[in-house]
Design a protein around this ligand. Structure first.
Ligand code: 13P
Ligand code: SF4
Length: 330
């Protein structure tokens, strides 16, 4: 189907959905008819997670895309996740509900700037977080996620000179747990950078038994008071397996949907953001992830647009460090 000019301007299909439609049922029906699979990140809204075939962290989503035999992958997450799927599955149609679903962390590292930095540091290998564009991955030796970064960095000889980017907080954390001094790119995520240390300490005082779960994209002072630091999947696993019954969660609040459904007898408190007194501020929600709505997902499947495209030459280069990551994660 040829996309309308108005859709192209908006970056998503702007068509009314039929009134009184059970959107979730209609979406599942289209998946069946079109042999499509829906992958969703833990930060998407609950309705999206509930309709998806698979919900996971960045690593699990890439692994899931690599092995699917569906003809269409709909990635409910952000653009770099769609790109990773397209690079892994160049012959499949990869759709995302809204092309505007970017990532402030990926935006903090432009390929040209990274190229200049690499040229200034000959002899360094480049380790890039998965939250990067395909063009950045094409300049990279190995991709990592927060689930496997420590293991993959450890796989390099101790004296290997490494550049790590773009997240400085994850980079500092990996330096501290591996005893390395990788050169760090000074990038960060706007969601994880805004949690209030004072607010979290206050919450800990009110709930002294609560364990503090922290994503490694959070700044060091918050990591230092954490009971556990991990990827979204790691934090969820900890909550499920822990004897504790109360948890403070310092990552995007979408993960609370899985935590509360998998642990109905436990209590989860979202960590407060700095600006929580701002009226209407949903500061611990990723505005990009929340661009995925059931209506847009319905239209994306119906019209098979927007499609994620990656320049084939870039894709060929970017595939190598992604495959290396998948190999090292087994
Ligand atoms: P995870 O790999 O832990 O799912 O994190 C992805 C992400 O975007 C964190 O902000
Ligand atoms: Fe990017 Fe931050 Fe959103 Fe994760 S939470 S997708 S790092 S902007």
């Amino acid at each position: 189907m040829t996309p309308k000019e108005s859709w192209k301007k908006l970056g998503y299909v702007d068509e009314p959905v039929p009134q009184h439609t059970d959107l979730a049922a209609a979406i599942r029906q289209m998946c069946k008819e079109k042999n499509a699979v829906i992958l969703a990140h833990y930060y998407t809204e609950p309705a999206i997670q509930d309709v998806a075939d698979f919900v996971g962290d960045s690593l699990a989503l890439a692994q899931s895309a690599a092995k699917t035999d569906a003809d269409i992958i709909v990635m409910c997450g952000v653009h770099f996740m769609g790109e990773t799927n397209k690079i892994l599955c160049p012959d499949k149609k990869v759709l995302i509900p809204d092309l505007n679903a970017g990532c402030s962390l990926a935006d903090s590292c432009k390929a040209d700037d990274l190229k200049a930095f690499i040229d200034e540091h000959p002899g360094y290998k480049v380790v890039s977080y998965v939250n990067t564009t395909a063009a950045v991955k094409a300049l990279t030796d190995v991709v990592v996620t927060s689930s496997n970064a420590q293991k993959i960095v450890d796989s390099f000889p101790k004296d290997e000179k490494l550049i790590f980017g773009p997240d400085r907080n994850l980079g500092n954390y990996i330096n501290s747990v591996t005893g390395r001094s990788m050169l760090l790119w000074n990038g960060g995520c706007h969601v994880h950078g805004q949690f209030s240390l004072e607010g979290i300490l206050q919450l800990k005082k009110e709930h002294p038994q609560a364990r503090l779960l922290v994503h490694p994209e959070c700044p060091a002072p918050i990591q230092q008071i954490a009971d556990v630091i991990g990827s979204t999947a790691g934090l969820l696993k900890y909550a499920v397996e822990s004897d504790a019954t109360e948890f403070i969660v310092a990552t995007e609040s979408g993960i609370l949907h899985q935590m509360t459904s998998q642990c109905p007898d436990k209590t989860f408190y979202p960590a407060p953001p700095e600006a929580s007194e701002t009226i209407g501020c949903q500061c611990n929600e990723c505005a990009y992830m929340r661009l995925n709505t059931l209506e847009k997902l319905y239209n994306t499947l119906k019209y098979e647009w927007p499609e994620v495209m990656v320049d084939p030459a870039v894709s060929e280069q970017a595939l190598k460090p992604i495959n290396r990551m998948l190999e090292l994660s087994k």
